[in-house]
Design a protein around this ligand. Structure first.
Ligand code: APR
Length: 266
């Protein structure tokens, strides 16, 4: 079901769906670049998207890195500076609050910006790695990056190059991470899908796992995606506006449900 504008969208949530969300124990939120857009971090596709400006084959592939590691690190350093200046937005804050409310909660993110952790989430499954970590190209030794500083390209104690600990095009996700994410999706009573174009797999297949396991899928995006074809409800608008409005409804007292003029039982 599709609804316009944040306030109208939230007001027309079917009562049964709201009750399902309120009663849910196991909840997951799958996020993409759109959840960080209102923090000033550009998305990858669509208007102003990163891949419209930069050549991913040179900047986000193993081949591009071996050809010119300095260029790749200069680009990641640029992104680190952008992300370092950014602040979590109201969508991040709601997702952090959800972790406190729901008994078994996971954020499954495609984002490498670390914004969910900065907003206070602890149960974060990072599908595509994290821009604040690097690893040795020889033995995989992982090191945290304290900020957008330091020599580039960084070199490991063993003398080998360090690479950003992110998943590049043509690379597989960590099987262990993917299994944890798939299990969380399968076991979710409710999955919120926020700010992803749902074109990159295997992440894009996770909401269908929830749906096929009998769970409810609630989408928040500026525009329709493949998930919209099977989501129980899709809200089209800015996550930073819709998530707080949804959260107000989800966390408002039960009496809000019956007899309130904007909530109709369908
Ligand atoms: N609120 C809600 N949704 C938004 C907002 C917003 N303020 N701004 C943008 N969006 C939506 C867009 O409509 C789009 O559907 O967020 C989505 C962003 O899509 P992409 O840029 O494709 O980002 P994502 O889905 O995270 O990309 C997946 O692709 O490039 C790789 O590894 C990279 O993790 C990334 C993966």
């Amino acid at each position: 079901m599709v609804t316009p504008g944040p306030a109208a969208a939230v007001a027309s949530v079917p009562g049964h769906l709201l009750r399902t969300v309120r009663a849910a124990r196991r909840v997951s939120v799958l996020t993409g670049a759109g959840v960080s857009a209102e923090s000033g971090i550009p998305t990858f596709r669509g208007a102003g998207g990163i891949w419209g400006k930069y050549d991913y084959t040179r900047l986000a592939t193993p081949a591009g890195f071996s050809e010119d590691p300095r260029l790749v690190w200069e680009w990641y350093r640029l992104r680190q500076r952008e992300i370092w200046k950014a602040r979590p937005n109201p969508a991040h804050d709601v997702i952090a609050a959800m972790e406190m409310r729901f008994e078994d909660f996971h954020v499954i993110t495609q984002n490498i910006d670390g914004m969910h952790e900065r907003a206070g989430n602890r149960k974060v499954i990072e599908l595509h790695g994290n821009i604040w970590r690097m690893r040795c190209t020889r033995d995989g030794t992982m090191i945290g990056i304290p900020g957008p500083v330091g020599e580039i390209p960084p070199v490991c104690q063993c003398g080998s190059l360090m690479r950003p600990d992110v998943v590049w095009f043509g690379e597989a996700l960590s099987p262990a991470v993917l299994e944890v994410a798939s299990q969380a999706a399968r076991e979710s009573d409710v999955m919120f899908v926020v700010g992803t174009s749902a074109v990159v797999h295997p992440a894009a297949a996770l909401p269908a796992l929830t749906k096929d396991s009998g769970g409810v899928v609630i989408e928040v995006n500026l525009e329709p995606t493949d998930v919209s074809t099977y989501a129980d409800v899709s809200f089209f608008g800015r996550a930073g506006e819709i998530m707080p409005a949804l959260w107000t409804l989800i966390s408002s007292p039960e009496r809000f449900m019956t007899g309130h003029p904007i909530i109709r039982d369908r």
